[in-house]
Design a protein around this ligand. Structure first.
Ligand SMILES: Cc1ncc(COP(=O)(O)O)c(C=O)c1O
Length: 392
């Protein structure tokens, strides 16, 4: 049986492929430090787990409302209103199984062949995948290391056209860890405010930052009405396996997302949603502790990498990724990632897997113990020194 032609246009995430290769290497007895997967290495906070267990005991094991339980949507609306300084209500909130459906469903509801979508490159591969899957035209904008991995705003200005239907922003960013400065967000809002387009603002890492709090474009005048905020529980509360996220968007788009949810999932798991209420309304000190630990690791890991000849790594402002510039090693991204796995026993991702402007870089996730990160730095340095010695 032949697959539909559109399946030729869908992409996958390389993190899962690298994990399989790293595990195969481990099966041969090699030790591998896993810096490829993008999820917190902390457990879900105990009070959230308890709320999930209690929900199962209490019988929250049936279908729930497609849009999500009203109490959870109220909690999300209150959280988003206070953190973004805007007035949103439960009618603007869609609860879905993870952050990803807030890329999938709104794009499915909005994009048609011929529409152009602007998105960051390097960027989360699912944006490009979905854009081309739907027959729309991908318009990548390079992120610049010298601008803290923010957009090249001149290129953005040039790429906006009457066909631009959507602009994707992601801050803090995957794979660079970059945070878009508030001033750039203001400039971007001024560029798009009067255009007939919608902004998909992927803020899944909104609580994981180390300096200035990341600004949301939805907070700026006239922007709430034309912005979809993507956020969720996976990264903030170490809940990647619970599958729960949310979108905050205009009510007319919530209706469309509801229809797509009815046709695909019916609803997000009921007991998961009850745990989500506990996550948002309960104590937040474990989030604070986790972010403080990521901060400590970021500093130690980036400093360690910067001491290795041939590697340069800007200290990222958020998320838990270090995007290291490998160009001085003479290896391209794919070669560097393979080299680090096979010769150093350190699994990471090729920057090129995030788009053509990711060439020259590799992404390390520092969601691993301080001890493993320091060991990874040692191994990388020693593998590079050995390789240089064998060449000379
Ligand atoms: C930028 C970005 N957006 C969205 C997601 C999806 O998150 P979830 O696991 O909640 O679907 C991820 C996960 O890696 C991400 O990095």
């Amino acid at each position: 049986m032949k697959l539909a032609q559109r399946m030729d246009r869908i992409l996958v995430e390389s993190a899962f492929e690298v994990l399989v290769r790293a595990r195969a290497l481990e099966a041969t007895g090699r030790s591998v430090i896993h810096l490829e997967i993008g999820e917190p290495d902390f457990p879900t906070p105990a009070h959230i787990v308890e709320a999930g267990k209690a929900a199962l005991d209490q019988g929250w094991t049936h279908y729930g409302p497609t849009q999500g339980f009203p109490e959870l949507r109220e909690a999300v609306a209150a959280h988003v209103s206070s953190t973004r300084g805007i007035a949103v209500g439960p009618e603007h909130v869609s609860i879905v199984p993870g952050g990803k459906p807030i890329i999938f469903f709104p794009m499915l509801a909005l994009l048609e062949p011929g529409d152009e979508v602007i998105y960051p490159d390097p960027g989360f591969p699912i944006y490009q995948s979905m854009i081309q899957f739907l027959g729309a035209t991908p318009k990548p904008i390079p992120l610049l290391e010298r601008r803290g991995f923010s957009f090249d705003l001149d290129v953005l200005r040039d790429r906006l056209s009457s066909k631009t239907k959507m602009l994707v922003l992601n801050s803090p960013q995957n794979p660079t860890g970059g945070v878009i400065p508030a001033e750039d967000i203001r400039t971007i809002a001024d560029l798009v405010r009067d255009r007939d387009l919608i902004v998909l603002s992927d803020e899944i890492y909104s609580r994981i930052y180390y300096g200035e709090r990341p600004a949301s474009i939805a907070s700026l005048p006239g922007m709430r009405e034309k912005t979809i905020i993507l956020d969720g529980f996976s990264k903030t509360y170490a809940m990647t396996g619970w599958r729960m996220g949310y979108g905050v968007m205009p009510a007319w788009l919530v209706e469309a997302v509801n229809k797509l949810m009815v046709n695909s999932n019916s609803c997000t798991a009921s007991f998961t949603q009850r745990a989500g209420i506990a996550a948002l309304t309960g104590p937040q000190d474990e989030v604070t502790r986790m972010v403080a630990e990521f901060h400590r690791r970021r500093d130690a890991f980036c400093d360690g990498l910067n001491h290795i000849p041939g590697i340069r790594c800007a200290r990222p402002g958020g998320a838990f990724y270090a995007f290291a510039n490998m160009t001085e090693t003479g290896m391209d991204s794919n070669t560097a990632a393979d080299f680090l796995l096979n010769e150093a026993g350190v699994a990471c991702l090729s920057g090129a897997a995030f788009g053509r402007y990711g060439e020259g870089y590799v992404r390390f996730s520092y969601a691993n113990s301080h001890q493993n990160l320091m060991e990874a730095v040692k191994r990388i340095e020693s593998a590079l020194v050995t390789a240089a010695a064998s060449r000379s």
